[in-house]
Design a protein around this ligand. Structure first.
Ligand code: FES
Length: 180
């Protein structure tokens, strides 16, 4: 979905703005609001953020394009990142990548036809080396992967989507706060 942000999302950004002495400090959480609303950081969303924060649009764009966690184009409802660095490579990351490519039906960097998953295998370390091979799905970490475990994890997400009222949105990071 694109277009201007709905009223509730703008109000959320105003609330976030009012928590900081400098409106500029609210750019990151405001962009999360846009991404949660539209699925990616849309030009209209950045315009809205700039207006609410009283900043130039170029200030907001500079931040949005600097950080890879802000998506510049439509993205799957769930994000899968597979680590391919040394520890994971030694413990079978290549097999996981090959398996994902086959089971999701698109190459690394692609999105499944149904828009459920965008996945990538260019991550250099997820910080889960002790449980290699590792992947991250919507900010959750999964370790000691096998092709079967990958199928189970993604299958559970698909199952939840069919039973949930609305498509699931990204959840909490490990040991951190929800991204908004
Ligand atoms: S090398 Fe894969 S998580 Fe660190």
């Amino acid at each position: 979905m694109t277009g201007p942000l709905p009223h509730a999302a703008r109000a959320e950004i105003e609330r976030i703005r009012d928590r900081y002495p400098q409106p500029r400090s609210a750019i990151l959480p405001a962009l999360w609001v846009v991404q949660h609303e539209h699925g990616h950081v849309t030009p209209e969303g950045m315009e809205d953020v700039a207006n609410v924060l009283g900043l130039a649009r170029s200030d907001v764009e500079a931040v949005a394009t600097f950080y890879s966690m802000y998506f510049q184009k439509p993205h799957g409802r769930h994000e899968v990142l597979v680590c391919i660095n040394v520890s994971c490579a030694l413990r079978g990351a290549d097999d996981i990548v090959t398996h994902l490519e086959r089971s999701l039906g698109c190459p690394s960097g692609g999105t499944t036809e149904d828009g459920a998953f965008t996945w990538g295998s260019t991550v250099e370390c997820l910080g889960g080396c002790g449980g290699a091979p590792a992947m991250q799905v919507d900010h959750h970490f999964h370790e000691n992967l096998t092709p079967q475990r990958v199928d189970d994890i993604l299958g559970r997400i698909r199952e939840l989507e069919t039973t949930a009222e609305a498509p699931l949105k990204p959840q909490r990071r490990r040991g951190g706060k929800a991204p908004r």
